[in-house]
Design a protein around this ligand. Structure first.
Ligand SMILES: C[S@@+](CC[C@H](N)C(=O)[O-])C[C@H]1O[C@@H](n2cnc3c(N)ncnc32)[C@H](O)[C@@H]1O
Length: 178
């Protein structure tokens, strides 16, 4: 995620942000968000709701074990700071980072959505849904956000006419609730 969205959110909503990582799979997104936010605030102030429909991936996410290859995109300083080495192939995210993330099972098609969010991150899942389902989910994301809150979607999931869904393009892949 582009870093200047974080200063925008902090400036707009203060330093207690409500962030939802929807369809988070094995936790890469919420943990990356914690690392990004920790540049601007102490871990003790970071709280992210991370959801997925799949209980098994959520269990993996809670364990926070990652193959060393999957960490190659991270700056080495982050690996040193936020992970402990289990063996030469495996690293585990620190408990202090895990404590910032609340993992919950949630079906985007059926369950009630969190409210008053400042940022929603939802990448690489809506591509699998029908146009009607996508529309419905975008409307629910909009209702879940505070005014001026941001929705971040995947690079293949651009909203074609955001104004029809009460969003305005903030920058590529980022939409602001209007
Ligand atoms: C391709 S993964 C994307 C994971 C992550 N967002 C990323 O970009 O790396 C899609 C995820 O969506 C979840 N998913 C599929 N249908 C869902 C639904 N109806 N509600 C919530 N999550 C769902 C899957 O369990 C899976 O973890």
């Amino acid at each position: 995620m582009e870093c200047n969205v974080i200063p925008y959110l902090l400036n707009k909503f203060g330093n207690k942000l409500k962030i939802w990582s929807a369809a988070c799979s094995t936790g890469d997104e919420p943990y990356s968000l914690v690392m990004l936010l920790s540049k601007s605030m102490p871990l003790s102030r970071i709280k992210i709701i991370a959801t997925d429909i799949d209980k098994q991936v959520l269990e993996k996410a809670k364990l926070g074990l990652y193959n060393v290859k999957s960490l190659q995109g991270l700056p080495p300083a982050y690996v040193t700071k936020y992970f402990r080495e289990i063996n030469s192939n495996t690293y585990q995210i620190l408990d202090s980072v895990k404590a910032c993330v609340e993992f919950k099972q949630h079906d985007l098609l059926k369950d009630a959505y969190p409210s008053q969010c400042d940022l929603i991150v939802c990448r690489n899942v809506l591509i699998y849904f029908t146009e009607d389902a996508k529309d419905d989910i975008y409307k629910k994301f909009n209702a879940s956000l505070k005014k001026d809150g941001i929705l971040f979607v995947g690079s293949t999931e651009q909203i074609i006419q955001p104004q029809n869904l009460q969003f305005a393009t903030y920058k590529s892949f980022f939409y602001k609730k209007v």
